[in-house]
Design a protein around this ligand. Structure first.
Ligand code: MN
Length: 245
């Protein structure tokens, strides 16, 4: 780092926040207790996450062609849409031209929520999934908050099947009550409860099931429940409870 930069940081009063350490022959700034914009790591980039299994792994419940289109085309377009919206908002900050702020805020909400829910959805499924969760904490919480696993399953299935238009059925942790709730999402971002942490999501957009199930959404939701990767849901619950402390 140059002397000029060091002086600039010192002038901004940032010297108190960290210290200079030698890394090879170059002195580098090491953040200590007070984070600065300079010392923070860069935000993560939004990119299409790998599926984690083969496109045909969930056959016959979820077919290979649907999985290929869904992951490679649809999810990829949400990632691109999110990055585009964020770039346009950054541009607005530079130019001070906020005429399209409403449009790109909505685009970021739509594509960002789509990206997040798909990323959870792929991991929520496994060829060895289905049945009931073996994880005791998850099983106990489903029983406490829904009465029984069967009651949860019926509620989840009814909510997912009845989403108006395109959307999702979601099992989430509601952090204020620290309880599990079933949500419907319209599109990706409408009808959320702020702060809820999605644990198990089923995509009920037609692109998720139409090739194999046509208009029979309930049959598709049943098939989805045959591939639920409950260990993944249990891990998500564990992390969500830590966040909701
Ligand atoms: Mn989808």
């Amino acid at each position: 780092m140059s002397t000029t930069r060091r002086e600039a940081l010192a002038a901004l009063g940032m010297a108190a926040a960290g210290g200079w350490i030698a890394l090879g022959s170059d002195p580098v700034w090491a953040a200590q207790d007070e984070p600065t914009a300079e010392s923070l790591p860069q935000p993560r980039e939004y990119s299409l996450p790998p599926l984690g299994y083969a496109y045909d792994a969930l056959e016959p419940h979820i077919d290979e062609q649907t999985m290929r289109l869904h992951h490679g085309i649809h999810h990829a377009s949400y990632v691109a849409g999110l990055n585009r919206a964020l770039a346009r908002l950054a541009e607005a900050r530079k130019t001070g031209d906020y005429e399209l702020v409403k449009h790109f805020s909505r685009e970021a909400a739509f594509h960002g929520s789509g990206h997040l829910l798909h990323a959870v959805f792929w991991r929520n499924m496994a060829s060895t999934g289905g049945g009931e969760p073996k994880n005791k904490a998850l099983a106990a919480m489903l029983q406490r908050d829904f009465g029984s696993f069967g009651a949860f399953r019926a509620h989840f299935q009814a909510a997912a099947t009845a989403v108006e238009g395109s959307g999702w059925g979601i099992l989430a942790l509601e952090p204020l009550g620290r309880q599990l709730v079933v949500l419907q999402a319209e599109k990706h971002h409408n009808l959320t409860q702020w702060g809820c942490i999605p644990l198990l999501c089923v995509d009920v957009w037609e692109h998720a099931y139409y090739l194999r199930y046509q208009n029979k959404r309930a049959a598709y939701v049943s098939a989805f429940l045959n591939v639920v990767h409950w260990e993944d849901v249990a891990e998500r619950l564990d992390r969500a409870l830590a966040l909701a402390r």
